[in-house]
Design a protein around this ligand. Structure first.
Ligand code: ACO
Length: 325
């Protein structure tokens, strides 16, 4: 087998920032409530005309540069998103065209906040089996268009952004050592956006919120605190490592209390956990790759470190990747 690992990362968020104080101007909420319940201080919101593909391109270009890989050397582009620009073509095909990745296949992957873990595992398998040399995995969302800005219990939690990684061949002993992914579709109603061919998005359904994000926060919370450590434990086991081996944990950034709980269960001290939820809120598929890119660029992740990515999300889904950097 050919060992596969991350060669370079990048991220992009829209310039516009909506602080908790700004939300107070149109919502019955407070900075204090949001911070103490979630750890969120602000979120980036894409203006009209800026879509998932645009954020994806910027993140991808940074990742290609960091990896020293040319767009034409990509074999495959996977965009993990629940907010594609359009139903057709896929956002991955739009990215392929804009990057000029003329030799790359392209598809979208929908596993909500677990998307980047799912995508990285698929990419690494295709490299390990010799089919491909370079796969670009992007997690990108413009969630601000599908959340109900009148529902204070959900809208304060989410933001827009994109993160990307180029996955390719690495020296033996490095790279992705283990991965785990799973799903429990019986929990689908706990976090749902009921718009699609079965229930079209109409102006009336957008106005009354029935076509926008609907969440049972308590049920998602209960699932999350179990799923994230469970996913990480399975990935560690497949990597033949233990919890003590983790140097840096990069969890899905949904809620600081969920992150702290997962870290406790994994017995990882918070100094080893990368957290940026204060700045970006929950960017779903983009959350883990944005956090990973920041952890790399700030020097928190160093060569030789054991890095564990762990996520959970709508579906319900969960996933984790363990790698030696
Ligand atoms: N501002 C002020 N008050 C609020 C707000 C707000 N933004 N939102 C809710 N409240 C009120 C509620 O109305 C409620 O009032 P009541 O008691 O008078 O009815 C009160 O605050 C308490 O609400 P709870 O729901 O009990 O608050 P809780 O402590 O459970 O926290 C939260 C809510 C933060 C949403 C939590 O349940 C959570 O984080 N759940 C997980 C959500 C999550 O991670 N989702 C993302 C999944 S990943 C993906 O796939 C995108």
């Amino acid at each position: 087998a050919n060992p596969a690992g991350i060669l370079g990362t990048g991220h992009s968020v829209p310039d516009q920032v909506w602080t908790n104080e700004y939300l107070e101007t149109f919502l019955d909420t407070s900075d204090e409530w949001i911070r103490t319940r979630t750890g969120i201080g602000a979120r980036h919101v894409a203006p009209e005309g800026v879509n998932t593909s645009d954020l994806s391109i910027e993140a991808a270009q940074q990742a290609l540069e960091a990896a020293n890989v040319k767009a034409e050397d990509l074999d495959l582009i996977i965009v993990c998103t629940l907010t594609p620009d359009l139903t057709l073509p896929s956002t991955a095909c739009m990215v392929q065209a804009k990057l000029g990745a003329v030799h790359a296949a392209a598809f979208d992957l929908e596993a909500a906040c677990s998307g980047f873990a799912y995508g990285s595992i698929i990419a690494s398998q295709m490299i390990e089996n010799g089919m491909y040399n370079h796969v670009l995995v992007i997690g990108a969302e413009v969630l601000s268009r599908v959340i109900n800005w009148k529902d204070r219990a959900t809208c304060v939690l989410f933001g827009d952004g994109a993160g990307a990684a180029v996955i390719g061949r690495v020296p033996s002993g490095y790279g992705i050592l283990g991965g785990a992914m799973g799903a429990d579709g019986t929990g689908g109603d706990f976090l749902t956006i009921r718009s699609g061919i079965a229930q079209p998005m109409t102006d009336a359904r957008r106005e009354d919120g029935s076509a926008l994000a609907i969440m049972d926060g308590k049920e998602v919370y209960k699932f999350a605190v179990k799923a994230m450590p469970h996913a990480a434990e399975l990935a560690l086991e497949r990597a033949e490592l233990t919890k003590e081996d983790i140097d840096v944990l990069v969890p899905h950034q949904a809620n600081i209390r969920i992150i702290e709980s997962a870290a406790r269960r994994l017995q990882v001290p918070m100094e080893k956990v990368y957290v940026n939820i204060e700045k970006y809120a929950n960017t779903s598929g983009a959350s883990i790759p944005i956090a990973l890119d920041e952890a790399v660029r700030t020097g928190m992740i160093k060569r030789g470190d054991i890095v564990c990515l762990a996520g959970f999300g709508a579906g319900l889904t969960w996933g984790s990747v363990v790698m030696k950097w």
